[in-house]
Design a protein around this ligand. Structure first.
Ligand code: GDP
Length: 366
């Protein structure tokens, strides 16, 4: 599954947010009990109201959402790239995630110490980013020597990697994260770049942790973060960790009223996950039957056999075809039977690119 690492300076609200996200009732409204895979790692159900609509029509006994894993990566301090504090462990943990959720303190509260003694989320982001850039710079400078040598010897892999490494190095030397270089790369170059597994090339979602009163509209701090994020090609979400913590303690039937009182349409978790999906270019397809309606996550552009492979490798190996019904058709035509009668249940083959919301039934050889 996909893993998001929560990072940020101390005392910005990381743990509060992590605990709220992984303990909230909605996150566990699944047949899977909440499971702690390892300390500070939590699996969260991806909220998606389409599941309920499908399950109602398919008369499914169960709804099984797709999951996303959050890892609370503590231990960042100035000097982490030099191995200060828990620096090395911190960097190793970041290397293992698909995306970074970077929590920034956008709330004023004199009772809660800020490590730098002032509220300035853009400067905080730079502090964290600097450590990551220094770590990338060091690792790239080390690796590029060897790649240059190999490229001179016409090694194919090195010839493909070298221009990407040079671009990444140039951007880092300008004091910018590698993801800035990715903005001008084509798909093939981006694939090479991902292979380098640099810390600052990972997608970032900035979470502006604001006071309760600012949760609906944000504030001047979160606006400054949004501007910075846009310049970098990163995403932003405004969240009040305090509100999320409150929601996590409420019985499910009281959440709606509470959100309304706070002027919010939905929990922060929903917005955070949606923003994460957009950032990672992920989509959801569904399988539906009397036993269960289930959501599955794949990358945008995934073809039918590989999408089937997410369920089971045998589905991919023996793939024949996929009966595919668009979500709107499935719901609008009353499910599989109605969609078939209306000619909206398509038989798609190996080259079909899955669309977000597709309700799919795979035919395969065993
Ligand atoms: P971490 O060090 O980044 O994990 O931060 P914590 O989640 O432990 O939070 C540090 C302190 O800030 C705790 O006392 C929290 O209760 C408090 N805190 C977290 N989020 C908010 C918030 O949105 N508003 C206020 N006023 N305090 C918060």
């Amino acid at each position: 599954g996909f893993r998001c690492g929560i990072v940020g300076l101390p005392n910005v609200g990381k743990s509060t947010l992590f605990n709220a996200l992984t303990k909230t009732a909605a996150a566990q409204a699944a047949n899977y009990p909440f499971c702690t895979i390892e300390p500070n790692t939590g699996d969260v159900a991806v909220p998606d109201p389409r599941m309920k609509a499908i399950a109602g029509i398919a008369k499914s006994q169960n709804i099984i959402p797709t999951r996303i894993t959050f890892v609370d990566i503590a231990g960042l301090v100035r000097g982490a790239s030099k191995g200060e504090g828990l620096g090395n462990q911190f960097l190793a943990n970041i290397r293992e995630v698909d995306a970074i959720v970077h929590v920034l303190r956008c709330f004023e509260d004199d009772d809660i110490t800020h490590v730098e003694g002032r509220i300035d989320p853009v400067a905080d982001a730079e502090t964290v980013e600097t450590e990551l850039m220094l770590a990338d710079l060091e690792s790239l400078e080390r690796r590029i020597v060897n790649t240059r040598k190999k490229a001179t010897g016409k090694d194919k892999e090195a010839l493909a990697q070298l221009p990407i490494m040079e671009k990444a190095l140039a951007v880092l030397n300008e004091g910018k994260p590698v993801r800035v270089a990715a903005k001008e790369m084509d798909a093939e170059e981006k694939r090479e770049l991902r292979g380098l597994n640099l810390l600052t090339s990972k997608p970032v979602l900035y979470v502006c942790n604001v006071a309760e009163a600012d949760a609906a509209e944000g504030n001047a701090h979160s606006a400054a973060v949004a501007k910075m994020a846009a310049d970098q090609g990163a995403g932003t979400v405004v969240i009040s960790a305090a509100i999320e913590a409150e929601i996590a303690q409420l019985p499910e039937d009281e959440v709606g009223d509470y959100l309304e009182a706070m002027g919010l349409a939905e929990p922060g978790l929903d917005r955070l996950i949606r923003a994460g999906y957009d950032l990672l270019d992920l989509i959801t397809y569904f399988t539906a039957g009397p036993k269960e309606t289930r959501a599955w996550t794949v990358g945008k552009g995934t073809k039918a056999p590989q999408a089937a492979g997410v369920i089971h490798t045998d589905f991919e190996k023996g793939f024949i075809r996929a009966q595919t019904i668009a979500f709107d058709d499935y719901v609008g035509l009353g499910g599989e039977v109605g969609a078939k009668e209306a000619g909206k249940a398509r038989d798609e083959g190996k080259e079909y690119v899955v669309v977000d919301g597709d309700v799919m039934l795979f035919k395969f050889n065993v």
